[in-house]
Design a protein around this ligand. Structure first.
Ligand SMILES: [Mg+2]
Length: 400
């Protein structure tokens, strides 16, 4: 008997929580429901909007908008301080539900993930609707889903579907692009909806009247090469809705751990900036140890009063999760790169290149072992009596 080979079409879902931070705030304070509010910034206009409620979006408030601008636009905008701890807890709960549905889940950000459900017998639309109901029932969070034969089309479908809802409420959309209809769906959409078309390329293309993905898909080989170089052929495939990139199941562990702080008033004193840098390093170290992780790259982030932002990083010889190691490196980076006396608005410390902690103890490496023991004892005390029970002598001294 002749075997019949048929390429199995994939079933890919892109899930995105609707106005995630705002939805969590509504769960914590139900009186916010339906209100014109946003997370991020302060009532004095500092900072930027992190997430805007759908009622606020209707009035033009967008994430990444400076808070001052948002308040000028909507003077009665309610500003809510962000509760990052709650966000990661809710995010974890959602990702757990997704991993319970299929092991092939790739978390893209705190509120977004791809799922490959090709192995499940049900139609993709009913898998998506079930997931949407389950996430809402078990976490209280609304979400939208895009379904297609590839990550590319699933993601674009989801973004497109959500934008069609203009009710001032969370969209809770499920958008399905049937197999074979990918190119047709993409054709009328703006070129920048496509992965790989940055603002610069988009400007060039628009000057030539190429505004839609459909027009891009119809470009000649020579034109594609001209615009995208060696990526020309893959761009056409993408414009036709062809994307074979797999959903990479992740371990569910974070890729980096970082903490940052936006000051109520810009800081330009070295002493107080280093004091904050130490506090951030301790927070990052504690989170790493709690997750039983260590990292070999330390990063700092500096945002000046004019919003210009820099990140700098340095590699360590071995992985660490010790406050002192993190702070020493962060301090070196800071002193090397901070433009002295220039007021700082935001400061951040992060550790990446994460791995399980595996300090190699040499014969003479008593110091490392001692510091590890000391840090563990401090963690235990903080766990039992609260985080302020113990502070380093120099942290105490500089506290104002
Ligand atoms: Mg979202």
């Amino acid at each position: 008997m002749r075997a019949i080979f048929k390429t199995m079409k994939r079933k890919i879902i892109h899930l995105d929580l609707d106005a995630f931070f705002c939805s969590v705030e509504e769960l914590l304070d139900p009186s916010l429901k339906g209100k014109v509010f946003a997370v991020g910034g302060s009532p004095t206009g500092r900072g930027v909007i992190t997430s805007a409620s759908y009622a606020a979006r209707l009035l033009g408030v967008r994430s990444a908008m400076p808070t001052r601008e948002a308040l000028n636009l909507v003077p009665n905008l309610i500003l809510v301080r962000s509760g990052f701890r709650h966000y990661s807890e809710y995010s974890d709960k959602v990702m757990e539900i997704l991993r319970d549905t299929t092991p092939v889940v790739e978390q893209v950000s705190v509120d977004e993930a791809f799922l490959d459900v090709s192995d499940m017998p049900q139609p993709i639309s009913s898998i998506a609707c079930d997931l949407q109901k389950r996430v809402l029932n078990e976490t209280g969070l609304p979400c939208s889903l895009g379904c297609a034969t590839s990550k590319l089309v699933a993601k674009i479908a989801n973004d497109y579907g959500k934008k069609q809802v203009k009710s001032g409420l969370s969209p809770q959309k499920v958008t399905v692009i049937e197999e074979g209809k990918e190119a047709e769906f993409l054709a009328p959409l703006d070129i920048q909806a496509l992965w790989g078309v940055g603002p610069k390329t988009a400007t060039h293309l628009r000057q030539r009247g190429i505004n839609t993905i459909g027009r891009l898909a119809a470009l000649s080989d020579a034109d594609l090469k001209n615009y995208f170089g060696m990526h020309g052929v893959s761009m056409r495939r993408r414009a036709q809705g062809i994307d074979a990139s797999p959903v990479h199941p992740d371990s569910g562990e974070p890729k980096s751990v970082s903490n940052e702080v936006t000051f109520h008033e810009d800081q330009d004193e070295e002493v107080s900036l280093l004091y904050r840098l130490r506090g951030l390093s301790e927070k990052v170290g504690a989170r790493l140890r709690k997750a039983d992780l260590a990292g070999s790259v330390v990063q700092i982030k500096i945002r000046y009063s004019d919003f210009s932002t820099f990140t700098r990083q340095a590699s360590l010889k071995e992985c660490t999760n010790l406050d002192q190691d993190i702070f020493d490196t962060a301090q070196d980076l800071f002193l090397k790169h901070w433009v002295r006396d220039r007021p700082v608005r935001l400061l951040g410390v992060g550790v990446t290149n994460l791995d399980k902690p595996h300090r190699q103890l040499g014969l003479f490496d008593n110091d490392g072992a001692k510091r590890e023991e000391l840090t563990k004892a401090v963690d235990d005390l903080r766990e039992r009596f609260g985080k302020d029970i113990i502070k380093r002598a120099d942290t105490l001294k500089k506290k104002n």
